[in-house]
Design a protein around this ligand. Structure first.
Ligand SMILES: C[S@@+](CC[C@H](N)C(=O)[O-])C[C@H]1O[C@@H](n2cnc3c(N)ncnc32)[C@H](O)[C@@H]1O
Length: 253
């Protein structure tokens, strides 16, 4: 089934080297690359701004924990995997919630920054660890990875989900028509990054830009269901006309 679902895209050339983009973003503007609020640009960073930045991660993890607890009253994960961890905005909060949080990121520059302010209970690396976790989290990450590759990564993540474990995942799924009818296929969104709205424009774009990709919910569901994550809750996200979904769920015990 997966062979058919992944189709030609998994064998063809990737539309863009997004890893190179993120290495560049991680070097120049790691915090702003994660949350495109001008306060988080490198030149504006100080202790107070950093504290505000990490507080947003605590808020996100609190929100996800409350949602999962409402749905699964026995929600009490003892480990978490944060896929696409960036500078550890969520990893730190996940460590506070579970005592054992591992952040994975493709960008060495992001990981270096995450390690610089690491808290007890956190660890970071560029490879998926060979172990299982009670909670797998990935927020505002897959939307920046070409889907042909992202579906394979999602499957690899689900192989690391413990029986009875939980997921908090976010995907971009579709966009407002205004974003697909922009001349040249480009728009500037949320500050300095150019977002590209058609694949043809991807190849011309300078390194270090932030690219958005929409995923197919049917393929996502097939991967999750095949991994035993059959109980799901979906909620809408809208980042300036880029629509997507949060997926919260649980793997059968
Ligand atoms: C917008 S940031 C989000 C960071 C973090 N999830 C958060 O919410 O704070 C996206 C992150 O995904 C990472 N990323 C992009 N492609 C990746 C890949 N193929 N594997 C792992 N991480 C990736 C980037 O380096 C970047 O740190």
């Amino acid at each position: 089934m997966f062979k058919r679902l992944f189709g030609r895209g998994s064998r063809g050339a990737m539309p863009r080297d997004t890893d190179a983009d993120w290495e560049e973003i991680g070097r120049s503007n790691p915090y702003y690359g994660v949350l495109t609020d001008p306060r988080f640009k490198t030149e504006n960073l100080n202790d107070k701004v950093r504290a505000d930045f990490f507080a947003t991660g605590e808020g996100d993890i609190r929100w996800a924990s409350e949602l999962l607890t409402r749905r699964y009253p026995d929600f009490s994960p003892a480990s978490a995997l944060d896929f696409g961890c960036g500078v550890g905005r969520l990893t730190r909060a996940l460590a506070a919630a579970t005592g054992d949080a591992f952040g994975v990121d493709i960008s060495e520059a992001m990981l270096a920054e995450a390690r610089r302010s690491a808290l007890p209970g956190t660890a970071f690396g560029c490879e998926l660890p060979d172990r299982t976790f009670d909670w797998i989290v990935s927020i505002i990450v897959f939307q920046h990875i070409p889907p042909e590759r992202g579906y394979l990564l999602l499957r690899a993540l689900m192989e690391r989900l413990a029986p009875g474990g939980f997921v908090t995942l976010q995907f971009a799924l579709y966009r407002d028509p205004r974003h697909s009818s922009v001349p040249g296929g480009r728009i500037v969104m949320d500050g300095d990054f150019t977002m590209v709205s058609n694949v043809a424009a991807l190849r011309e774009l300078a390194k270090g830009e932030m690219v958005m990709f929409d995923y197919d919910l049917t393929v996502i569901a097939a991967i999750l269901f095949a991994a035993g994550v059959t109980d799901l809750e979906l909620s809408h996200t809208d980042h300036g006309g880029f629509h997507g979904a949060f997926i919260h769920g649980r793997k059968a015990a």
